[in-house]
Design a binder for this molecule. Structure first.
Ligand code: HH2
Length: 270
């Protein structure tokens, strides 16, 4: 089984890789159609950038950015929508508009009512590991044992979500590549993805165009030049049993995953 493809639809002026490109409802819808045509299984809609040193966005503005786009996608396309937000009010508005999944980089830890809101909404929930907060997370991240600490954090947050009333089968885990991690931390996590897949929840991996790729390839200072590295991670995630990968380049990743899966099956579909 290869992972499902979560196509990234950023509605933010400052996302690191494609920020500023989507400036209208029409442009967002056009991009949504493109991502679906390329093979996306889920669209991840975000109204606040989570890149290191990004400016926080007020929840009213975030809702105004994402809700009309979610409604329009619902009207025109048959695809599950994920809302990438840490704010319960935004998740509520997005789910009311039709979102199927709440993708939260704070693992339902940002607001006191995050856990209860997720339980009430009854939607799918992605719990992501992050050390610190977006503005400063890359300043000096430290771990004794990054793999064990991230695994233990994710297990605890999953238990907290279940205790708050989130159905177990709705919970997804994500080790949070680039969220308060050095290159060595990211590589340790990526080399041990099977450890996270074994925690008993579907695993989501988001590494598309992220900064650690540039740390390995100095020519990739422009995020758009990180396709090869992003695909390498998608294949590693697939081989480790990930259920979904979050990517900008859906078409190219889909092709790589299909070919990789065929090779692993030894050409059984020929
Ligand atoms: N990474 C980003 C945002 N959301 N969600 C999940 N589940 N996993 C991730 O790794 C993840 C995520 C990075 O966000 P940003 O800096 O806004 O850039 P982009 O959305 O272009 O990836």
């Amino acid at each position: 089984m290869r992972p499902r493809l979560m196509g990234i639809l950023n509605l933010t002026p400052d996302s690191f890789s494609d920020g500023g490109r989507i400036e209208s409802l029409e442009a967002a819808l056009h991009r949504a159609h493109e991502l679906v045509a390329q093979g996306a299984d889920v669209l991840d809609v975000g109204g606040e950038s989570t890149r290191p040193r990004a400016e926080p966005v007020d929840e009213i503005l975030e809702i105004a950015r994402v809700v009309p786009v979610i409604r329009a996608i619902q009207d025109e396309l048959d695809i599950p929508i994920s809302i990438d937000t840490m704010k319960p009010a935004v998740a509520k508005a997005a789910v009311a508009a039709g979102a199927w999944m709440w993708n939260d980089i704070t693992a339902l830890g940002f607001a006191p009512d995050s856990l209860a809101t997720a339980a009430t909404l009854g939607c799918e929930v992605v719990l992501i590991h992050m050390q610190g907060e977006p503005a400063t997370m890359q300043d000096d991240p430290r771990y004794e044992d990054v793999v064990e600490e991230v695994a233990s954090f994710l297990s605890k947050r999953a238990q907290a979500a279940i205790a708050a009333g989130v159905p177990r089968e709705r919970i997804w885990l994500d080790p949070g590549i680039g969220f308060g991690k050095t290159l060595a931390h990211n590589l340790a996590l990526l080399a041990n993805l099977d450890r996270f897949a074994a925690l008993g929840f579907p695993l989501l991996v988001g590494a598309s165009r992220k900064g650690f790729i540039r740390a390995l390839d100095r020519d990739a200072s422009d995020p758009q030049d990180r396709l090869g590295g992003s695909i390498a991670v998608a294949l590693a995630a697939s081989r480790a049993g990930a259920a979904m990968v979050r990517v900008h380049d859906v078409r190219e990743t889909a092709q790589a995953l299909v070919v990789d899966e065929a090779i692993r099956r030894g050409g059984a579909d020929d």
